[in-house]
Design a protein around this ligand. Structure first.
Ligand SMILES: Cc1ncc(COP(=O)(O)O)c(C=O)c1O
Length: 399
C-alpha cells in the first residue's frame, strides 16, 4: 500500500443498523409487557406505515419474501403463467415466481441506473404473461408510468418490489402501490429495520382480506388477542395459510425506525452526495446514475461499477478493499446466472447483456446513517489506493 494511505485499525462494515436507546427501551418494554408476538404494537406499526405511505392497507409480515410469496398467491399466480421481472434483484423476487410454479421472464436493465428497461417490456409479453414485477432498485423508482402503460395495454397486474424504497417517491407519490400490490423490506441493511420484516401494501380491501388470511394460518378474523382478556379462543380457518406474522418485538423497533425515516434518508442522501463529489475524478469506477424523471431517492445503496480501466476484477477490488478494512456488498449477481436459474433456463444466458456485464462489475460501498464524513473520505481514499496499486502493478486494462 502507498505510504500516503493509512489503514484504519477497525473494519468498516458495508452496513450497520441505527439502533438507539429509544428502540432498546421499546423492545425491553415489549419483553416486560407479557405480549411479545403479534399484538398492539404490530397493529400500531401497520397503521403508521399506511399513513406514512398513503396506502389504505398495510400488512406487516415476517419478511418481504413472505410478502412476495403470499402476494403472488393472492394475485392468483399459477403454473403456466409468466411474470416479467428484472434479473437485477435479490433472488427472492424470482424465487417466489418459481415457487408458485410460474415462469420468470427477464427483461434487461438500463446500464446507467440498473432499473428495468421499460422499452423492452412490450416485446417480452406473451399470451401467458399475467404480471410485471419491477424493482425500485437501490432506492430510486423504476419508470412506473411506462411500465403501467404496458400493463394496461395487456391487462397485466404490477406488483412492485419496493424492498429498497421506504421513503421513495415517483412523481410525488410514494412507491409501492401504483397498481395492485407492493412490498417493502426491513432487513437490517434496509433504510429502516425491524431485524427481519416486511410490509405488503394495497388499496384493495378484498385483496387485503385474503392476504391477512394467507399471512396467518388462514384465519379470516385476525385474533391476536384471542388469549387475552375479552378475546375468544375460537378461530375459523377459511383457507390453508402460512405463518408469516409480524411480532410486537419487531414492531417495537419499527415504530421508532419509521418515525426517523426522513432523518435516516436525509443522512443517506448527504453521504451519497459526498461520495459523488469525491469520486467524480475517479475514472475507473462508475457510480449509478439517477433516473431523469421526477423522483425522491432513498439512497439505499451506493453502487459502483468497476470498469475495465481499473486493471483489476471486481472480486479483486473487493478483496483489496477488505484488506484495507472496508466492507462491501454485491447488489446483485444477475439472478438468471445463479446455478438454479442457469440450469433450468439456460437460454437466458447471453440474452441479457447489460445485466450480465454489470453483474461482474458491481460493488456496493459502505452507506448507512451512522457513517461519518471521515468514514466516507476513508472509503474513497481506500478506493483510490486500490486503483493506484493496480495501475502501478502494470496489469493490462481488461476488455
Ligand atoms: C430487491 C429485493 N427484493 C426483496 C428482498 C427480500 O427482502 P427480505 O429479506 O425482507 O425477505 C430483498 C432483500 O434483500 C431485496 O433486496
Amino acid at each position: 500500500m502507498s505510504s500516503a494511505f493509512g489503514k484504519r485499525p477497525d473494519f468498516l462494515p458495508f452496513s450497520r443498523p441505527t439502533i438507539r436507546q429509544v428502540e432498546i427501551d421499546e423492545v425491553v418494554d415489549t419483553l416486560r409487557s407479557g405480549w411479545i408476538t403479534t399484538g398492539p404494537k404490530a397493529e400500531r406499526f401497520e397503521k403508521e406505515f399506511a399513513t406514512f405511505t398513503g396506502f389504505p392497507h398495510a400488512l406487516a409480515l415476517s419478511s418481504a419474501t413472505a410478502g412476495q410469496h403470499i402476494g403472488l398467491i393472492a394475485l392468483g399466480l399459477k403454473p403456466g403463467d409468466e411474470v416479467i421481472t428484472t434479473p437485477m434483484t435479490w433472488a427472492s423476487t424470482v424465487n417466489m415466481i418459481e415457487v408458485a410454479g410460474a415462469t420468470p421472464v427477464f427483461v434487461d436493465i438500463h446500464r446507467d441506473t440498473l432499473q428495468i428497461d421499460e422499452r423492452q417490456l412490450e416485446a417480452a409479453v406473451t399470451s401467458r404473461t399475467v404480471g410485471i414485477i419491477p424493482v425500485h432498485y437501490a432506492g430510486a423508482p423504476a419508470d412506473v408510468d411506462a411500465i403501467m402503460a404496458v400493463a394496461a395495454r395487456h391487462g397485466l397486474w404490477m406488483f412492485e418490489d419496493a424492498a429498497h424504497g421506504v421513503g421513495c417517491f415517483y412523481k410525488g407519490v410514494h412507491v409501492g402501490c401504483f397498481d395492485r400490490l407492493g412490498v417493502f423490506s426491513f432487513h437490517p441493511i434496509k433504510n429502516i429495520t425491524t431485524a427481519e420484516g416486511g410490509v405488503l401494501v394495497t388499496r384493495d380491501g378484498e385483496l387485503a382480506k385474503k392476504l391477512r388470511a394467507l399471512r396467518f394460518h388462514g384465519l379470516e378474523k385476525q385474533a391476536w388477542n384471542r388469549y387475552a382478556e375479552g378475546g375468544s379462543p375460537q378461530v375459523e380457518i377459511v383457507l390453508p395459510g402460512f405463518k408469516y406474522n409480524f411480532m410486537d418485538m419487531q414492531a417495537a423497533l419499527g415504530i421508532h425506525q419509521l418515525a426517523s425515516v426522513g432523518e435516516f434518508n436525509a443522512r443517506r442522501r448527504e453521504l451519497s452526495a459526498l461520495y459523488d463529489e469525491l469520486l467524480a475524478d475517479v475514472a475507473e469506477v462508475e457510480p449509478l446514475a439517477v433516473p431523469a424523471y421526477d423522483h425522491f431517492h432513498t439512497r439505499h445503496l451506493y453502487v459502483l461499477k468497476v470498469l475495465e480501466s481499473a486493471r483489476l476484477t471486481r472480486d479483486e477490488f473487493i478483496a483489496e478493499l477488505k484488506a484495507r478494512n472496508v466492507g462491501t456488498g454485491i447488489h446483485f449477481r444477475a439472478v438468471h446466472t445463479q446455478p438454479y436459474y442457469a440450469g433450468k433456463y439456460p437460454n437466458w444466458i447471453g440474452n441479457l447483456p447489460v445485466a450480465e456485464w454489470v453483474s461482474e462489475r458491481l460493488c456496493s460501498i459502505p452507506l448507512f446513517p451512522l457513517l461519518s464524513e471521515d468514514d466516507v473520505r476513508y472509503v474513497v481514499a481506500a478506493v483510490k489506493d486500490v486503483l493506484a496499486h493496480a495501475r502501478s502493478a502494470g496489469a493490462p486494462a481488461r476488455n
